[in-house]
Design a protein around this ligand. Structure first.
Ligand code: BES
Ligand code: ZN
Length: 606
């Protein structure tokens, strides 16, 4: 009797928490779901293969006869039940971007499923770097990128953000290298090359990550630190000195940090993103190491994901704005508390400009500009744009302005507590909001924000006093013929320079571009954000003097946010179109698959 009641209860729990259908996973969690992963792998840096076994503890409904996993670009060798019983498995036909479902026959007594597998040359999550492609040039490097649906290309898994597991891993690497994961990490190498990792909190598959290289660690505070190759780690630790301060500010805003340590690994320049919020260990691009700490809001962003995203997770990729919109809002609140309101205002105004450009780009009636997405039959990676980030941010800013900051902060604290280690849909969020603030919010306005395309009528346009001064100087230069060296630019931060460059008029004459460059050396800048903003203008203004610097930038940085728009712009300009294509063909092998996939489209190479 007891066991019948227990079974019924389990089935009800499983049914309730997996009632949402994730269109980007083959898993059928209502039938059988993974609860814990024990990964045991060897990393062969020469053959560029990971091989080993993924053993899962599972929970199943009473009559389940199969369990479904996601796989892509993997070799599945064999599957064992309860560690020693052979069982049959089938791989479904390959589906575009989803890969192949793996169904494993199970029995009423199945407790664990062990999948023996190896990765392939195609495994898209993995980027293997030769020593020449790294900073130090002496040791090879490997890193993984799981979000959105790439973890299945290096671990057979139920790869849905709605399914959370605890996990542990045993990883064997060449003894000269150090592996680190989104988990409890070693700080230094040992002679055996064998390391153990543990993540006791349940996380979705997209947050499992691994990096292997000649890594060194520098402690920043008791619970923060930085990993990088030896040539980078010193610079990185200077740049990221304020991490503990950020952590304290974040906790003051929205509650205790739940993950123990917070470290950052600064990866080689081909990392396709600015940052990735892998739990306990943010993966970051070296392009944030500007030398003056001016680009560290990116770390505030990834840290903020420790609440929005990692603690409270979007249930499906259609709800992606719940991850990113909340995180941008939280990021700007952290920056406001450590660098002041004027600083955060600059970030909001730059974000607003990004939002306007994205909406103009996609078209203001396009459904891709809605907060709630519909990614059915789409690669989630293609459907994710600045909309989730900036429209999401401005929605939360709108709520703050309607409800008052004090009440909104209390609400967010409760939100993170209520949904900690859970997943949530947009509709559940709206239900929660409505329960707390019934009668205080206008449902038709909320509906416009979430379900309508384009720019909402109730958006509060951000203003920045520091940018007003920049705009004044720009006006003097463009309209009043003030010489560039007579402009008041003393003490301008990176953001003020970005504002200045982005606002240059489309018809600025070549002579003026030249004058700016001679005065401020934009083409020679070492700050990736300034370089990017200037290079975009250089291409639009056909300022050929920057050509070499642009090509050299493209050959040293693989971050998609920079590389993709640069190739697009170069290709759209008839003078540089051929150069763009030749350059890409030459440099493509050095980019991560994520960047390759996006840039391929520019040149119709897919
Ligand atoms: N989680 C994202 C990166 C991501 C999103 C990877 C979607 C794959 C699919 C990360 O937190 C992020 O947003 N990174 C931004 C930086 C941020 C400051 C806006 C980036 O990489 O540019
Ligand atoms: Zn993010």
């Amino acid at each position: 009797m007891r066991s019948i009641i227990l079974t019924i209860t389990l089935v009800i729990i499983a049914f309730n928490s997996f009632s949402i259908n994730d269109l980007h996973s083959f898993a059928r969690p209502k039938e059988a779901v993974i609860t814990h992963l024990s990964l045991s792998i060897a990393v062969d840096m020469d053959k560029q293969i990971i091989s080993g076994v993924a053993k899962y503890n599972i929970e199943k409904s009473a009559n389940a006869t199969q369990i479904w996993f996601d796989t892509k670009q993997l070799n599945i060798e064999k599957v064992l039940l309860n560690e020693n019983e052979k069982t049959n498995f089938q791989l479904s036909p390959e589906r575009p971007f989803l890969g192949r479902g793996l169904s494993v026959n199970i029995t009423p007594v199945t407790k664990t499923v062990s999948i023996y597998y190896s990765t392939t040359k195609e495994s898209a999550a993995l980027q293997w770097l030769t020593p020449e492609q790294t900073e130090g040039k002496t040791a090879p490097f490997l890193f993984t990128q799981g979000q959105a649906i790439l973890t299945r290309t290096w671990i057979p898994i139920q790869d849905s953000p709605g399914i959370r597991i605890s996990w542990d891993a045993k990883v064997k690497v060449p003894p000269t290298l150090l592996p680190v994961m989104s988990a409890q990490n070693p700080k230094q190498k040992n002679e055996t090359g064998e390391y153990s990792f543990r993540m006791v909190e349940p996380v979705p598959a997209y947050l499992i990550a691994l990096a292997v290289g000649d890594l060194h660690f520098i402690t920043l505070s008791e619970r923060t630190g930085v990993y990088a190759e030896s040539d980078m780690v010193g610079k990185a630790s200077d740049e990221l000195m304020e991490m503990e301060q950020m952590l304290i500010s974040a906790e003051k805003l929205y509650g205790t940090y739940q993950w123990g340590r917070y470290d950052v690994i600064v990866l080689p320049p081909s990392f396709p993103f600015g940052g990735m919020e892998n739990p306990r260990l943010t993966f970051a691009t070296p392009t944030i190491i500007a030398g003056d700490r001016s680009l560290i809001s990116l770390v505030a962003h990834e840290l903020a994901h420790s609440w929005s995203g990692n603690l409270v997770t979007n249930a499906t990729w259609d709800d992606f704005w719940l991850n990113e919109g909340f995180t941008v809002y939280f990021e700007r609140r952290i920056m406001e508390s450590i660098s002041g309101k004027e600083y955060a205002d600059m970030l909001a105004v730059l974000g607003y400009q990004d939002l306007l450009e994205t909406i103009a780009d996609l078209g203001d009636t396009s459904s891709a500009t809605k907060l709630k997405l519909n990614l059915k039959d789409k690669d989630p990676d293609d459907g994710m744009s600045d909309i989730a980030y900036e429209k999401g941010y401005f929605f939360l800013q709108y709520l703050e302005s309607k409800l008052g900051r004090t009440f909104f902060d209390l609400f967010l604290n409760e939100y993170f507590k209520t949904y900690a280690f859970k997943t949530i849909t947009t509709e559940e969020f709206l239900g929660f909001l409505n329960k707390k603030f019934a009668g205080k919010l206008d449902p038709s306005q909320i509906d416009e924000w979430i379900y309508k395309p384009g720019l909402p009528t109730t958006l509060n346009k951000p203003v920045s006093v520091r940018f007003d001064l920049v705009d004044q100087e720009l006006k003097r230069f463009v309209e009043q013929y003030t010489k560039a060296d007579k402009l008041t630019t003393k003490n301008w931060s990176t953001h003020e320079w970005i504002r200045f460059i982005r606002k240059l008029p489309a018809n600025l004459p070549a002579g003026k571009m030249n004058e700016l460059d001679n005065t401020f050396s934009f083409t020679q800048s070492r700050n990736a954000e300034i370089q990017f903003a200037w290079f975009m203008q250089a291409i639009q203004h056909d300022y050929a003097k920057a050509d070499n610097a642009i090509i050299s930038f493209l050959s040293s940085v693989g971050r998609r946010k920079f590389v993709l728009p640069l190739y697009k712009a170069l290709f759209a300009n008839s003078r540089t179109a051929q150069l763009a294509k030749d350059t890409y063909i030459k440099l493509k092998p050095g980019y991560h698959s994520v960047t390759q996939q996006s840039v391929d489209e520019v040149f119709s190479m897919k």
